[in-house]
Write a protein of this length. Structure first.
Length: 255
């Protein structure tokens, strides 16, 4: 019985002409528009503080040498307010994420009256560039003429488009007879995917945030909590997730 109803519904949808589908779409959009209290566009930008979260049962403290990097983000916003307190905010923009690795080892020892010293350093930085879409529920609390506080929460979806990695290696060794001083620097563009540098094209998660708006200017802090393993090889015993704090200032055009 259920299957026959499904087939009937499917045949009905298949018989709809393009004009009927347009009419239905227009009606839905009109109904949504009638629920909108106000609409406004905005632009904003700021800085990201990003790092990676590693899932690896056998890490043994190896990932302690990974640190956050500072990068940029910018976006265009479309605000749909259903009333004075609640609404939706849609954002499309550029967001750079990534991490830094740094390891240093220094030793000095004496044999007799002779001094031996050794120093090595490895420092690398990886920046992953994404186009990101973030639809968010927005709750606004007016505080008179001073402006309004607001809270945000919603999912995000990002697609990797480019990136860059740099690596610097230094090694110094000295004893009474000789000195060795080596330096090496490499920089390369990151290619997403298994055939590239092993980073997944797709990243998604959820984003909570808080902000304050005064007249047309807003300042906010949001946190991207990645849920998708961005290791393209999908190893069950090794997963990496994006974690990013964004501090942003922007301007709203419209009501």
């Amino acid at each position: 019985m259920k299957s026959s109803k499904f087939v009937t519904l499917t045949l009905f949808l298949m018989k709809l002409s393009g004009s009927h589908l347009f009419s239905i779409s227009f009606t839905i959009i009109s109904l949504l528009n009638s629920c909108v209290f106000s609409q406004a566009l905005g632009i904003g930008g700021g800085v990201n503080l990003s790092n990676l979260h590693f899932f690896d049962p056998d890490n043994n403290g190896y990932y302690d040498n990974y640190n956050s990097i500072t990068s940029l983000h910018a976006g265009i916003y479309y605000n749909l307010d259903f009333n004075e307190s609640m609404g939706l905010r849609l954002c499309v923009g550029y967001s750079a994420k990534g991490f830094e690795y740094k390891s240093e080892i220094s030793n000095e020892y004496t044999i007799g009256n002779q001094v031996f010293s050794e120093y090595s350093k490895i420092q690398s930085k990886t920046r992953l560039d994404y186009i990101q879409f973030t639809p968010m529920f927005k709750y606004r609390l007016e505080i008179g003429e001073l402006g309004a506080f607001y809270a945000l929460i919603g999912p995000y979806v990002s697609v990797g488009v480019s990136g860059r990695s740099t690596e610097e290696q230094m090694y110094f060794y000295s004893n009474p007879f000789t000195t060795i001083d080596l330096n090496d620097y490499n920089s390369e563009i990151i290619q997403f995917g298994r055939d590239g540098d092993g980073y997944n094209y797709l990243d998604f998660g959820f984003t909570p945030g808080i902000g304050f708006q005064w007249n047309k200017v807003f300042l906010e802090v949001v946190y991207d909590f990645g849920l998708n393993n961005i290791d393209a090889f999908n190893d069950e015993d090794y997963k990496i997730f994006n974690r990013t704090i964004s501090i942003e200032m922007g301007v709203v055009f419209g009501k």
